[in-house]
Design a protein around this ligand. Structure first.
Ligand SMILES: Nc1ncnc2c1ncn2[C@@H]1O[C@H](COP(=O)(O)OP(=O)(O)O)[C@@H](O)[C@H]1O
Ligand SMILES: [Mg+2]
Length: 424
């Protein structure tokens, strides 16, 4: 049975403003079994605004013409980026109390709490929605952790949680997380899970601290003790409090997936590439040289700590009034593996595919605007810091059994290989 056509309005908070305006309509229809076609059309009134911006200047240029999409179930990448992934979807399924198979893609846009990544919201009326409901506060984290655990256990959310708390977040990613407000900042709070064998929030916090020490531009972080567990608080880089307006400015956000015009699944993966991302930064970023060097350091750091979950949604660009920039770094987690022979990143990194070894990482440093000497100097400076990871992690309270486990991730022998293998 084909699903009926779905449609919604898209609203935007334009750079430098605090109100919502309708900007486009989106229609999705099924055009075959599980194949969808989306039609995105900017509104005439929106196009006539003096401060109009394109949601994605390359794949959603400003035109009155309807624009068609078939990738990502017909949803343009810049819009899909405002929608939840695995975790947020489970919350919406529990709220709607309907099985996953019955929920259309657009319903995830329409039923989120409106706190999605970037500066977009969605609705059924041409008039923009009112203000968001009040944000959860940090003192509610304990209840939110319990709600997340209940959801994990039986796929349901208690009634009192649905009434009092906003357990959902329209943010992406697989791990349980909520949006909270604290001290005029908006945070993405990553929660502990019952089955965790290590303090994953602590590990991610320490890894981001190491990345910062190694010279990466990292989002603001802190650990919040809740009962016996730690919650990882990540300061949202797509929100900023404005004391004059007494409101949060929202910045546009597109993921690496959108910038690469790639897909999530196996198809479309040939475009998963740091080299292509660096090329895209040349046309997207207002500071392309700085951002390409930063991307090089992130790629090298991911290889140093075996973060092989560096897929395109774990990279983003944000749009402030100044224009598009590579966002601060986030979601960097070491993965302990047995092999010291060969390790791979999620994205292509050089002439030798995804290999996380120096012979590959240095092979196309020109694409990042670096000479071989510059690239090698960057790697050496980073190594000096990363070599000291254990002391840094221990100083941040990471337990010794966790440090032992992480030994299998940090600076593996394969990273240092300078000789390219004959057959890759
Ligand atoms: N500090 C931040 N500010 C704004 N958005 C963020 C921040 N950190 C992550 N995000 C967004 O939230 C999504 C989920 O966060 P992430 O840390 O990747 O979670 P997970 O470990 O579940 O994948 C990311 O894909 C990104 O779009
Ligand atoms: Mg992620």
């Amino acid at each position: 049975m084909t699903a009926p056509e779905q449609s919604c309005y898209v609203y935007i908070q334009l750079p430098g403003t605090f109100e919502w305006v309708p900007c486009a309509s989106l229609k999705i229809k099924e055009v075959g079994s599980s194949a969808f076609e989306g039609t995105f059309t900017y509104g005439k009134k929106y196009l006539a605004r003096h401060n109009v911006v394109a949601l994605d200047q390359y794949r959603l240029p400003l035109t009155q013409r309807p624009q068609k999409f078939t990738k990502l179930k017909g949803i343009p990448g810049a819009i899909r980026d405002a929608s939840p992934d695995a975790w947020g979807r489970r919350v919406i399924q529990a709220k709607l109390d309907r099985p996953e198979a019955d929920i259309q893609e657009m319903e995830y846009l329409l039923n989120g709490p409106g706190d999605g990544a970037g500066n977009l919201r969605f609705g059924l009326s041409v008039d923009p929605p009112g203000p968001n409901r009040r944000f959860n506060q940090t003192h509610q984290l304990q209840s939110l952790i319990l709600a997340a655990q209940k959801l994990d256990e039986d796929g349901r959310l208690p009634d009192e949680v649905l009434e009092e708390l906003e357990p959902g977040t329209s943010m992406g990613g697989a791990r349980p997380k909520v949006t909270v407000e604290d001290a005029q900042k908006i945070w993405l709070a990553k929660l502990p899970e019952k089955g965790d064998r290590h303090n994953n929030q602590g590990i991610e916090f320490a890894t981001l601290a190491l990345a910062r020490a190694a010279g990466l531009r990292v989002c603001g972080t802190r650990l919040e003790k809740v009962g016996l567990s730690d919650v990882l608080m990540l300061q949202r880089f797509d929100r900023e409090w404005n004391p004059d307006a007494k409101a949060y400015a929202r910045y546009g956000l597109v993921s690496g997936l959108t910038v690469l015009d790639a897909e999530d699944g196996y198809l479309g993966r040939e475009r998963w590439s740091y080299l292509l991302l660096a090329d895209e930064l040349r046309r997207w970023s207002v500071k392309p040289d700085e951002d390409r060097r930063e991307l090089f350091r992130r790629m090298v750091f991911n290889a140093m700590v075996t973060n092989n979950d560096d897929h395109p949604r774990n990279h983003a660009l944000i749009q402030t009034s100044a224009g598009w920039r590579l966002s601060p770094a986030y979601d960097i987690v070491p993965v302990a593996l047995v092999s010291q022979e060969r390790r791979d990143l999620a994205l292509n990194a050089g002439n030798f595919g995804r290999s996380a070894s120096l012979y590959n990482l240095l092979s196309r440093c020109d694409v990042f605007g670096l000479s071989r000497e510059d690239a090698q100097a960057q790697v050496s400076a980073m190594l000096e810091v990363v070599k000291g990871w254990k002391a840094l992690f221990a100083g941040l309270g990471i337990e010794s059994r966790t440090l032992e486990m992480l030994d299998g991730a940090m600076l593996p022998g394969s990273f240092f290989r300078m000789d390219a293998p004959d057959i890759v």
